[in-house]
Each structure stands twice: as C-alpha cells, then as structure tokens.
Ligand binder design. Structure first.
Ligand code: HEM
Length: 281
C-alpha cells in the first residue's frame, strides 16, 4: 500500500485529501516564513506553530478509532497510519527548528535537552514517535506480530509526555494546553469504553462528554494550584462564566456532545421519525 492507494492498490481520494489537509498547516507556516510574516523571531514562531500542530495531529490520530466506531465508517482505518507518520514528520520539523534556533550548536542542544526537564520529555516523546513511524510499515507489522500492538500502545504515553511538555513551556496561560489535554481525556474515556467492548451509544457519549469536561476542569485546577501562584478557585469559577469566553472544560464537553447529537439524529433518521413528522404535518 502506497501513501495514496488503498489495500487493493487503487487510488484513494480519502487518503489523498487527508494528506493534503495534514500538510496544509506546514505549507502555510512555510509560506509565512518565506514571506517574512512571522514577526521579529520567525524561527521561534515557526517552532511554536509546528509544535502546536504536532500535538494537534497526535490528538486527531488518536480520535480516528472512536470516530470510526461512531460513524461506522471502516475506511477511516486507512488514514490512521498516514496521520501518525505525518505527526512524526511535524515533531521532527519542530526539533529541527529548535536546532536552527540554537544556531546549529549541537553541544548546546544536547546540554539543554539533558538539563531542561520539559525538553527531556519532548525528546523522549519524539523518540517514541520515531519508533512508531519506523514500525508502521506492512513488513514491520508482519514481522513484529503481537509485539506490534504492544509497541503501538506507547502512543498514549507519548501523548502524555507531549502534553506535559506543552504545559510546562506554557508560562502562565495554560488554556491551549488544557484544551488539548481535555480532548485527550475525552479520547481516553472513549477508549476505556471500547476496550470493555461497550458500544458508543448516545448515552455513553453524553456521559463521556460530561466526565471529560469535569476532568479537564480538574486538570486545569490542579495545574494552577500546584505549578503556578494563581488561585485555582478563580480559574474554576471562570468555567461557569461565559463573560470569560468558553473555557477549555466547556469546549471539551461541547465537542464531546457533537458525536452524541450526530448519533441521535442518525438513529432518528433510520427509525423514520423525520418521515413520520412529514406525514403527520
Ligand atoms: C526533541 C524534541 C523537542 C524539543 C527540543 C522541543 C522544543 C521545544 C521548544 C524550545 C519549545 C518552545 C518553548 C519556549 O519558547 O519557551 C517547544 C514548544 C512546544 N512543543 Fe516541543 N520540543 C520537542 C518535542 C515536542 C513534541 C514531540 C511535541 C508534541 C508531541 C511538542 C510539542 C510542543 C508544543 C505544543 C509546544 C508549544 C507551542 C506553543 O507555544 O504554541 N514538542 N518545544
């Protein structure tokens, strides 16, 4: 199977569209970079933007299995490997930009990675991503057999390290990192239901959304309480006030309700409720 073909060797529009979409952020960042639209520190800005997309793509890749279940669309499995490898490519670019930012002083880069905890965990996460990318080929899957699954379960630990790296470097405002952590929590809740062989019904999805929102708020509370001097209770209260904009916990809960609403509508459609209403109207 090549990057653009399916298992039968036919051109796959789904894979082509996914690859184009996944590479779009990199193309836009490169365009901004070469047209000098990234401000006074273009390499640093590009490093941050590519880092953001590394973690986003990782979370999107993890979302594919639950999405496949909810949409009942087996073809989604075709793009999982491609998105995983693209995530690694973004992570590697992020690292290379760090080397460029450090003026190619490799001794400095290694020393910083050893001495700064957030860089150490970023590095371990990148090594993990490279291991997954290197073992994602058909031949590796065949050779590794059952071990392949064990190795690829590392992705969850890698995501946790990536998120921790994101939180630690975030300075005072951890909202974007909390949002990504919240989506990860939501996906882990789905995963726990799937591994118990439970179907993702609208009720299960609604419970997951509420629980993920709550755990996201708790994560944020714990981070502010333990790692910053900010009063965590003020942050917790802000979750209840719309005047502060939608906080990560609320966004996670709302996003979690989207698949739930989708399933309710789809069930209603297949039960013919819409037709019934038309007839009785
Ligand atoms: C060798 C590996 C890595 C190195 C050396 C590295 C280095 C850095 C540096 C220097 C920053 C900016 C910190 C600052 O300006 O204060 C950063 C930010 C970030 N990194 Fe990494 N990183 C690595 C791996 C990763 C990986 C594997 C991920 C994702 C899974 C990741 C995601 C991020 C994110 C999301 C940010 C924040 C971007 C933002 O502020 O918008 N990094 N990283």
């Amino acid at each position: 199977m090549t990057p653009l073909t399916d298992r039968q060797g036919r051109f796959s529009p789904l894979k082509a569209a996914t690859l184009a979409l996944a590479l779009l952020p990199a193309a836009v960042i490169a365009y901004w970079f070469f047209t000098r639209q990234l401000g006074p520190l273009p390499v640093k800005t590009a490093l941050h933007l590519v880092g953001d997309w590394t973690i986003r793509l990782l979370v999107i890749t993890l979302a594919l299995t639950p999405l496949q279940r909810v949409l009942n669309y087996p073809k989604i499995a075709l793009i999982r490997r491609m998105l995983g490898v693209t995530t690694f490519a973004y992570g590697l670019t992020h690292f290379l930009l760090y080397i460029v930012q450090s003026k190619f002083d490799l001794v400095f880069v290694v020393t910083e990675i050893v001495l700064r905890f957030y860089l150490t965990i970023g590095f371990v996460a990148l090594i993990g991503l490279s291991l997954l990318a290197a073992t994602s080929f058909d031949s590796a899957i065949r050779k590794l057999g059952k071990t392949w699954k064990t190795i690829h379960r590392l992705v969850y630990g890698i995501a946790v390290l990536g998120l921790l790296h994101y939180f630690i470097q975030s300075k005072i405002d951890v909202s974007p990192a909390t949002l990504m952590a919240g989506f990860f929590i939501l996906l882990m809740i789905y995963r726990s239901f799937i591994s118990r062989r439970m179907a993702l019904t609208p009720l299960v999805l609604a419970i997951s959304a509420g629980l993920a929102g709550l755990l996201t708020a708790l994560t944020e509370f714990a981070w502010y309480g333990l790692a910053t001097g900010v009063d965590p209770w003020r942050i917790a209260q802000a979750n209840l006030m719309v005047s502060f904009g939608l906080r990560p916990a609320i966004i996670v809960a709302l996003v979690g309700l989207v698949p739930c609403g989708f399933l309710i509508l789809r069930n209603a459609h297949s039960n013919g409720w819409f037709k019934l209403r038309k007839l009785t109207a």
